[in-house]
Design a protein around this ligand. Structure first.
Ligand code: MN
Length: 228
């Protein structure tokens, strides 16, 4: 291989509960996967096909680190989500096979510059700058499915400064984790290290500098970050 013309960036990984680290390849996100959230965003949640957007892997914020308030927004929203991490990839994965490709799970935040996303929606433009900005994906420890199984139900909750902002149950997802993996694998070849943020329940709202975000997915884990 030819010499690199400048040093390659460090690989991105997420600490694992109990030791080790999960190496991240790509970050996929599902849009509007809880009916009550789809409604609060002005959409009809009547089981439209799942749709996806992406964040750069280096947008992840790990280890409970602070999250810098991003530029170019006056409306930064929290979206509390279950995150799936794949150990195996492939194309045309069936729903029945899907969970065998999962390494484990984490609790994450799909931070969103809602004003930029709203403007993009209105103009039929891409969401990237509303969703895929620096530090837009804080995430807690990854936990192996070998230890916790594959949660299909359980409380998902987010507190901001100790006050409950979002609460729902994983069972309220429109598209289940196996359905999401199967669908996405018909669009791209999935790979080990891919993450999937599975969508947020209702209750999204703005946060500002100094706010402490503390989320939990029952049976999976927690996410904690302060906006600075
Ligand atoms: Mn989201």
């Amino acid at each position: 291989m030819a010499d690199l013309v400048f040093p390659a960036p460090a690989p991105v990984s997420i600490p694992v509960a109990g030791g080790g680290a999960f190496p991240v390849r790509r970050v996929f996100c599902v849009g509007r996967n809880y009916a009550a959230h789809a409604r609060e965003m002005g959409s009809d949640p009547d089981r439209e096909p799942p749709f996806f957007f992406m964040k750069p892997a280096d947008a992840l914020v790990t280890d409970g680190a602070d999250t810098p308030y991003p530029p170019a927004t006056a409306d930064l929203h929290h979206e509390m989500e279950l995150v799936v991490g794949l150990a195996e990839g492939g194309v045309d994965i069936t729903e029945a096979e899907a969970l065998a490709h999962v390494w484990g799970y984490g609790a994450g935040l799909d931070l969103t510059r809602r004003d930029l996303q709203g403007q993009a929606k209105k103009e039929g433009k891409p969401w990237d700058m509303g969703k895929g900005f620096d530090h837009s994906a804080p995430i807690g420890l990854m936990v192996p499915a070998a230890r916790i199984g594959h949660p299909a139900a359980g409380r998902i909750v987010l507190h901001v400064n100790g006050k409950q902002r979002q609460i729902s149950d994983l069972a309220n997802m429109i598209w289940s984790v196996p359905e999401t993996i199967a669908y996405l694998s018909r669009l791209v070849r999935l790979a080990p290290g891919d993450l999937i943020f599975t969508g947020t329940p209702e209750g999204v709202a703005a946060v500002g500098r100094g706010d402490l975000l503390e989320g939990e997915v029952e049976g999976v884990g927690t996410i904690r970050t302060r906006i600075v």
